[in-house]
Design a protein around this ligand. Structure first.
Ligand SMILES: C[S@@+](CC[C@H](N)C(=O)[O-])C[C@H]1O[C@@H](n2cnc3c(N)ncnc32)[C@H](O)[C@@H]1O
Length: 254
């Protein structure tokens, strides 16, 4: 565990999640939604939820979480983690492809859907977002996290890879060619348009990891609480939001 993982814990019912520069802004947004529905055990769907970094704390807070993920290894780790946390009965692991989500989840059944760091790798993001929207009950909320093209361009350039930065900036999908691990990246308007086209109303957009990836490790590791506070302070503000490594969109099904 790094020092970044040991920063203060969230108070209240959602006691578990460690507040790191990678997660603090997202948990702030999610916590507000959970508090809005306080006293209700929510039905949560986490698409590409991996090993349960969000699913397990949500289950610990009393919610029922279904994780759909393509990786059996990730789901095995999720199942172990849920058991160790004593919430195995509230976490369901479903192996499946996000592109086939429509056939895996009951329409109109979820209060909250998470889709973090997945739209960059699926075959058809518009279809996945349409399935996310369909899985929500009216009034339900979606938490979507995507890679930000601007940060990728800056990051490649600052590492001296100017050719890759130029390719990323010029490519319509925001990738650096066939060796890129992601199939696409977004900007805030493009990501919002994707959700809007599926009938969701975007309520908030935040930048996640505005500074964390740019700082020397000694600074990030040496002042973890200060970095979390600074990330929170910058997350919703121009121009910082639009330079963050990831964009977090919080949207609602009307
Ligand atoms: C970068 S990880 C993100 C994990 C988690 N959502 C988070 O933010 O910590 C991407 C996850 O998506 C899963 N994944 C990748 N392609 C997928 C697909 N087509 N359908 C469902 N899950 C997929 C991977 O197995 C992995 O667990």
């Amino acid at each position: 565990m790094t020092r970044l993982d040991r920063v203060e814990q969230t108070p209240g019912r959602l006691a578990g999640p460690p507040l790191t520069p990678r997660t603090a802004v997202i948990w702030s947004v999610l916590r507000a939604e959970l508090e809005r529905r306080a006293g209700t055990a929510l039905t949560v769907l986490d698409v590409g939820g991996g090993t349960g970094g969000f699913a397990v704390p949500l289950a610990q807070a009393g919610h029922r979480v279904t994780v759909v993920d393509a990786s059996p290894d990730a789901l095995a780790a999720l199942t172990r983690r849920a058991a160790e946390a004593g919430v195995a009965e509230r976490v369901r692991a479903v192996q499946g492809d996000g592109d086939a989500l429509a056939g895996l989840v009951e329409p109109g059944s979820a209060d909250l859907v998470l889709c973090h760091a997945v739209l960059e790798v699926v075959d058809d993001p518009a279809a996945v977002v349409a399935a996310l929207a369909a899985a929500l009950r009216p009034g339900g909320a979606a938490s979507v996290l995507v890679a930000n093209r601007a940060a990728a361009v800056l990051g490649r350039a600052m590492n001296g890879h100017l050719d890759v930065a130029a390719a990323l900036a010029a490519d319509p999908a925001g990738t650096a060619g066939t060796r890129d691990t992601l199939r696409r990246r977004y900007d805030a308007d493009g990501a919002a348009a994707l959700l809007t086209a599926a009938g969701l109303v975007v309520e908030q957009i935040h930048g996640v990891r505005v500074l964390a990836d740019l700082l020397p490790a000694a600074v990030a590791d040496g002042q973890p609480a200060a970095l979390v506070e600074l990330e929170r302070a910058l997350a919703a503000r121009a121009p910082w939001r639009d330079l963050a490594a990831q964009l977090h969109l919080f949207a609602r099904r009307p």
